[in-house]
Design a protein around this ligand. Structure first.
Ligand code: 13P
Length: 253
């Protein structure tokens, strides 16, 4: 069975004391995950050691980074590299979130380099894609997302692509309270899988976990995750509330 993943993206939120309380609540109430399930916490980089310590011992729980630089080291002030993250045990890295694409001008080709950097550490890129509202309204979301995938991921080998987790996040659903319907999510997730089946093979495509992101909450997670091509979620706002996120973990297939 494909990995089913509940991934928290805290973005730039919480003080260290708030983070500490949330992690304690999560550790105290979190469920036992099955072999094919994972809970991933993309916390602000400075809280990674705290999160690692607080979530230690929880099976299939992973602390993640929200970003990394494509170079291994060098004069890149303010940046953090994939090998640096691996050296502190962080093996999941969110790449190409729409906020980074929009506010930090991250291009598809830059994200291809970052993906290479993460994979060469043996780590897992959680690669984000998704269309803005104008594209959805024009009905061209499939080709928009396909282009993002082609430009950043199609150079990867079969072995490499199976290590990538995709997060489909329609920009119009992020932080807006407006969720894609489960039918809309299923439709584009199936399309994304077909893009990989065409480029690689159906067997390869069937191994790739595709998460949905955009206003996932405890109240809608089960419905969205029940779709056959939805393998969990990447969750912003609701991941900052322990009871909400634990319920989202519990909604995994
Ligand atoms: P929200 O869950 O707050 O809509 O954010 C989604 C997101 O951007 C996760 O990466």
């Amino acid at each position: 069975m494909r990995k089913q993943i509940a991934a928290a993206n805290w973005k730039m939120n919480l003080s260290i004391s708030e983070a500490s309380i949330l992690l304690d609540q999560l550790a105290a109430t979190s469920p036992n995950l099955s072999e094919h399930q994972e809970a991933v916490f993309a916390v602000p980089a400075i809280y990674i050691p705290l999160a690692t310590q607080k979530l230690d011992g929880l099976n299939h729980f992973y602390v993640a980074a929200q970003n990394c630089h494509p170079k291994a080291n060098g004069a890149y002030t303010g940046e953090i590299s994939a090998p640096m993250l691996a050296s502190i045990g962080v093996k999941h890295i969110v790449l190409g979130h729409s906020e980074r694409r929009e506010y930090f001008n991250e291009s598809d080709s830059f994200l291809a380099e970052k993906t290479n950097a993460v994979l060469s550490e043996g780590s897992t890129p959680i690669f984000c894609c998704g269309e803005p509202l104008t594209i959805r309204e024009a009905g061209t979301q499939n080709s928009f997302v396909e282009t993002q995938l082609i430009n950043s991921l199609f150079h990867l080998s079969e072995e490499q692509i199976t290590k990538v987790v995709i997060a489909y996040e329609p920009i119009w659903a992020i932080g807006t309270g407006k969720t894609a319907s489960s039918e809309q999510a299923q439709e584009i997730h199936a399309y994304i899988r077909s893009v990989f089946a065409t480029k690689y093979s159906q067997a390869i495509a069937d191994q790739i976990s595709i998460l949905y992101g955009g206003s996932v909450k405890a109240s809608n997670a089960k419905q969205i995750f029940s779709q056959p091509d939805v393998d969990g979620g990447l969750v912003g706002g609701a991941s900052l509330i322990a009871t909400e996120f634990v319920a989202i973990i519990n909604a995994l297939k």
